[in-house]
Structures are given as C-alpha cells and as structure tokens.
Design a binder for this molecule. Sequence first.
Ligand code: SF4
Length: 429
Amino acid sequence: MSTQLELARRGEITSLMQEVAQDEGVSPEFVMAGIAQGKIVIPNNINRRAKAVGIGKGLKTKVNASIGTSSDIVNLEMELEKARVAEQYGADTLMELSTGGDLDMIRQRVLKEINLPVGNVPLYQAAIYSIREYGSVVKMKEDFIFEVMEKQLQDGLSFMAVHCGINTITLERLRKQGYRHGGMVSRGGAFMTAWMTHNEKENPLYSRFDRVVELFKKYDAVLSLGNGMRAGAIHDSTDRAQIQELIINSELAKQAQDEGVQVIVEGPGHIPIDEIEANVILQKRLSNEAPFYMLGPITTDVAPGYDHITAAIGAALSSAYGADFICYVTPPEHLALPYPEDVKEGVTSARIAAHIGDMVKYKHRDRDLAMGHARRELDWEKQFALAITSEKARAIHEERKPADPGTCTMCGEYCALKIVNELFPGCNK
Ligand code: SF4
C-alpha cells in the first residue's frame, strides 16, 4: 500500500488531500504538491480514519493539545474528558502522553473517544514498562522499543514524536558545552540519554532509523522528529546541543521522506522572543521546509501559573515567522497535571496565538474586520459568533448587565459607540 507522500509524488489526489483542501480553502493540487515536496503532512494511519488535518506551508497554523495520566494521578475518566474538551474547544490534534496506569488500555480508549488525529511519544511506554519490569530505564531492550512502537501504530496513532536525533554526536555537544541552566526537560530525551550513557551505545532510534522508517511507512503515519534537547530554561535556548539535534533531525527527515514517509521536525521549548525568528529560519532552512512543530515556546521562566500566556506570546510569533504547528501549554505547566478546565484554557490560548500568527503569515484578517463592524454596531450575538471561543465572553457580558441593553457596563449611558452611531452615522462605513 502506498503512503500519502508516495501517492502525492505520483500526482494522485487522495480523499484526505481533498478534505484538507476544502477545509483550508485551497486547491487539492496545492495540498498534493505540498505533500510531494515534504512541506505539508496529513497525520494518518491505515487502521484509523481520523479527521483530515493538514499541517504545513500555506495552511492555517494548527494546535495540538496534550493529555495523559502521570505516575501520581491515574484517572481514565478525567483523561477522556480532557480529550473531549480538547476536541470541543478546537484543538486540531491530540497527543496522548500517559505515563501512569495501563498505557495500552488508556491509549485505546482515547482513540475511540474522539475523532482527532492522535499522536504520542512511544519512548514513554518502552521506558516505563522497562522500569516496571527491570527497575531501571537503562535495562530497556532495543527490540522492545520497536515492538512498543509497532503495537501503538497498530492501534491507530496518526503521528508520533520519536527521539531519533539524540545520538552520540548530540550528547558530545552537550558534554563539551558543559552547562544546562534548566537541565533536560524532555522525558523522552532524558530516558534515551540515560540509556545511552549507561550502556555506552548509540541511540537505537538513530542507529536503526531504517526500522523506524519501515514502521511509519507500513502504517502511513507521520514521523515527528522529537526535540529531546529542547531548552527547559530561557538561558539554554538555541544552544549547541539543540542545534546539533536539529541538524541530525533534518538529515533524518530527508532520509524518511526519500522512503515515502511524511515528516514533521519539532522545535523548542523555552525561547526569548528575540530568538524565535532565528529558530524558525534555521529549522526551515535545514529541513527543506518540513512542517515545523513548535513546542510552545515559553518566552519567560518567571510566570508559573500563567505559562499558557507566555507560550501564546511565543506561539503567535512562531506562527507569524512560519511555524506550522504549535503545542499548547496549560496554566499548570511546570506545576501539576492539568485538569479539563486547564485544557480548555490551553487550547483557547493556543488557538488565539495561531490566529494572530496567521494574521501576519497569510494576512487572514476578514474575521477581525467583521468583529470590528460587529462591535461598532453593538451587535453582541455577532460578536459572540465571531469569537474564537464565545463562552467566556458571553458569560462576562451577561453577568454584568447594563442598564441600556445595547451597551455594556464599561461606559453605560456614555457608550462612545452608541453616541457616534446616533449622532455621526457617516463614520460607520
Ligand atoms: S459601553 Fe464602552 S466598552 Fe461597552 S460597547 Fe460601548 S464603548 Fe464599548
């Protein structure tokens, strides 16, 4: 069976490409050409037909929401609710990142619960099950990593973040650099670094990359090359280890694409806003414009409790500079496992950021123009309909009822818009 990439290269337009084109308001040929060039991907799996979502150049910036149990909190019903909330509030994809409980069962339940493409990090299960069995991640068997990956793909995952780019060269950069102000924050990266260091062996996901490619090709899933060296603190951003991993990931991206596998390349992490543009340019240049999945980025380290905001600022800039896919961040980032309410906040914040980015990237501003007119006309229902998420706006407006129903309690009877509408209608063109 051919993959979406192989079909695109042969000039065949699939039903997934058609759906993406319709959703984006572009031609199916545009989507097909983008896939053929490796600049667009559609997360897919031969065993599960999810919503068709296109990610990449020329398409709207997409938002991923991540959920999953932890070793401390294993509550399947809550995770299923988080998955439903993510879908309801407009996430484009979901990553199921459970690390506590029966990981196979949780993944299978989440896959049945929603219609979004679902991804994960396969190394979590391989490492955690090895720790459960042998007491340490360093005893993880190489073949077991691939067995876990295949089992997960069989279940229907549409994309996976795989930490192939942490190889001995990447670790050498980190050693020679001699510092990490925020340590290593990627769980997959930490597991693999510990395994490689203890066993004095190359990362099997790198040394046996052909096996990784074979699996993704078999299931026509998207390979997201993970960013295990991403900065976990602003002062580690754009460091040698991160850039080295990006170079390796870009080489691997080309290798996978040559074999017919769709690829995404992931990026950091924590980045001050004056380095975001450079990160996007580097990723795009090195990877021949493979879709860029930006993990946040968080733009200051000193706002715990508000990292959905620090990340939204970074995501808006990333998108404006050309990033294609952003991973949401929730208010409890760095603090605790998110609740469903946090997922709602995270998805909404990321969607706002994606929209702001697309306003710059594609000059998509019609919705803002319509909102300006709706505000001018004091048409509250139209304003709620145009809002990215209307629930909070409606609740605030209706809870604080104005004496004059056309206005709001901010200015009340001195509503500037109402005064001008009545006395100077000529300016409302
Ligand atoms: S009352 Fe003030 S804030 Fe409210 S709609 Fe009128 S001008 Fe805007």
